[in-house]
Design a protein around this ligand. Structure first.
Ligand SMILES: [Zn+2]
Ligand SMILES: [Zn+2]
Length: 251
């Protein structure tokens, strides 16, 4: 897989010194896609065709809904619904046909009839699940996130200044650690993958133990005997720990 590099946003994210620079990039991509889907691109025919096909996941539908361009969202949702209805009706026809066939063959061959209908019903269920899992915003974000993860690896191996910045960073959240490992496996030689891992793992381990200490300080603060002790950086340790564990950037 060939990815393009995009260094400026990556550097900007690293300068924020967060628990995970990829979470920052994810969050800003999400904001800009929500704005663009409700802005000019609502009317672009390419976008409309893609939205009609995929729709959005529950999370992104909610963000679009909260963004208050109800007309733009209603237009997109309306045409998506029409396209989904058409596909749904076709799938219904074939599963109902299989059901009918299964009833008929119950008379003659109970086992075969049931087995074939079972397969059709499973196909129907999988199709519905597949429709539900599609999201154009997730798709766009995922492509850009692959590119950013690749850019981090590229800078790490080509830019000494970045290597230093990376070494003093806090690693990644678990979700984006998995993403960088996936991109490293796709694009780096085994030797470079191993070197990368040797650099990343200590960052992650240090990060976890720092968060564990901070969170413990945060919890102690609820003990009235310790309530006057200074919290310092532990103040937002709960948000940062959740981010580290889940990739959910609590900004
Ligand atoms: Zn992250
Ligand atoms: Zn989505």
């Amino acid at each position: 897989m060939k990815y393009h590099i995009d260094t400026i946003p990556v550097w900007d994210a690293y300068h924020q010194e967060s628990e995970c620079p990829l979470c920052i990039l994810y969050s800003s991509l999400e904001k800009s896609y929500i704005e663009s889907f409700l802005g000019a691109s609502v009317m672009e025919s390419d976008t409309r065709i893609q939205v009609n096909r995929s729709g959005f996941c529950p999370h992104h539908f909610k963000l679009l809904y909260d963004a208050q361009n109800r007309l733009g969202l209603a237009l997109m949702t309306h045409t998506h619904l029409k396209e989904l209805m058409e596909k749904f009706e076709n799938h219904c026809k074939s599963v109902l046909h299989a059901a009918e066939h299964s009833n008929a063959s119950l008379m003659s061959n109970l086992f075969i009839g049931k087995k074939e209908f079972g397969k059709d019903l499973e196909k129907f269920q999988n199709w519905i699940t597949e429709q539900h899992g599609q999201c154009l915003i997730c798709e766009h974000i995922s492509n850009s996130m692959n590119r950013y993860a690749y850019t981090i690896l590229h800078l790490y191996y080509t830019d000494a200044e970045f290597k230093k910045t990376f070494a003093s960073s806090k690693g990644f959240c678990m979700d984006h650690l998995a993403l960088t490992i996936k991109i490293a496996r796709e694009t780096l030689s085994p030797k470079k993958q191993a070197l990368w891992l040797e650099e990343v793992i200590p960052l992650q381990l240090n990060s976890f133990s720092r968060l564990e200490n901070e969170l413990s300080l945060f919890i102690n603060k609820f003990d009235y005997r310790k309530r006057d002790e200074p919290l310092g950086s532990a103040k937002d340790s709960l948000q940062r720990t959740i981010q580290k564990l889940t990739g959910k950037y609590m900004d």
